[in-house]
Ligand binder design. Structure first.
Ligand SMILES: Nc1ncnc2c1ncn2[C@@H]1O[C@H](COP(=O)(O)OP(=O)(O)OP(=O)(O)O)[C@@H](O)[C@H]1O
Ligand SMILES: [Mg+2]
Length: 301
């Protein structure tokens, strides 16, 4: 891997138990062992699952750090989280942060990363909540995302290998820079590897191959991001001009969204003129207006 600035990966989802820590620890191991990359793992979770796994398993040179966020004050939470990532990303090629997303944390923090990796099982409820999580972020931060070209990767996790249709996040297909990774299969005897071994080199060949396919995909995205980052810094000025243009489009978008009363793709239009007395049985008409993503955030293909 060519060495540029540290590539920062955030493994997150607001949902618990989706496989964040399993993926963070094992991705760190894959990159260190199979790609020879210098990696740090930053564990933001109190349970310290990924850091414990990485510390207890054979030492393969991953730099493991634990960091705690004080959510009592959102300003302090953002400052503390940023400081930890800055500190523990220095001197390595890739840093991986394991964090259960907390609403008190500003999504400014998410913008700091090169890759946001969002694990999700293919259960319908979990897929829907993951899609909303990503779309809300994308809609709120679209101008910055379009300029940063940050990768948002959805990782279908705990996928039944027999179920080919699982992990199809169709509502995200159109979103620029959003990709679905190869699925990580449900591993019935995962507990035998926890703290002992890493999935990419475990004795069960199917499990190892499956995780390596996922790891290879991530390694490719890291390389791509290295190239993009270089061009981003070269053409910084024109990028800024682009951002200004895009922010003005965003303002138009906000004004129109406000006018339509859109939230999550639905607009509630009252049937009645609110200046008139409202009939007792009047119900608002809910009109499907389609998701409102401007062209510059859409995929070109
Ligand atoms: N691919 C897999 N196959 C089987 N079990 C898995 C897999 N990935 C994770 N698990 C199991 O699911 C549970 C949750 O996994 P993990 O701790 O990685 O998720 P998490 O998103 O980090 O959870 P938390 O929100 O509690 O931090 C654990 O018991 C773990 O062993
Ligand atoms: Mg965890």
């Amino acid at each position: 891997m060519q060495s540029h600035e540290t590539i920062k990966i955030l493994v997150t989802n607001q949902k618990g138990g989706v496989g964040k820590s399993t993926i963070a620890a094992n991705l760190a191991a894959y990159l260190a062992l199979q790609q020879g990359i210098e990696v740090s793992l930053i564990d933001f979770d109190r349970q310290a699952s990924s850091s414990r796994w990485t510390k207890k398993a054979p030492d393969i040179g991953i730099r493991v750090h634990c960091a705690e966020i004080n959510y009592e004050n959102s300003g302090i939470a953002l400052l503390g989280a940023r400081a930890a990532v800055r500190k523990y990303s220095s001197g390595v090629q890739v840093s991986i942060s394991d964090l259960t997303w907390h609403p008190a944390l500003s999504d400014e923090f998410m913008l700091d990363f090169d890759i946001v990796l969002v694990p999700s099982s293919s259960a319908k409820f979990e897929m829907a909540s993951t899609e909303i999580f990503i779309l809300e972020y994308a809609q709120k931060r679209m101008a910055r995302l379009a300029a940063n070209k940050q990768f948002i990767l959805v990782a279908p996790s705990k996928v039944d290998p027999a179920d080919a249709s699982s992990g199809s996040f169709t509502n995200l297909d159109f979103l620029m820079n959003c990709h679905i990774t190869p699925p990580i299969h449900q591993t019935p005897d995962l507990d035998t590897y926890v703290y002992e071994d890493f999935l990419c080199v475990c004795p069960d060949q199917k499990v190892a191959e499956n995780f390596c396919d996922f790891g290879k995909f991530l390694a490719k995205k890291i390389e791509e991001r290295n190239v993009t980052k270089k061009t981003l810094s070269i053409s910084g000025t024109s990028q800024n001009r682009e951002i200004i243009k895009k922010v003005s489009v965003l303002d138009d978008y906000r004004a129109r969204a406000r006018e339509l009363g859109i939230y999550g793709g639905y607009a509630a239009k009252p049937l009645v003129d609110i200046s008139q007395p409202v009939p007792v049985d009047a119900k608002p008409e809910v009109v499907r207006v389609g998701r409102f993503i401007p062209a510059f955030l859409r995929r070109s293909e």
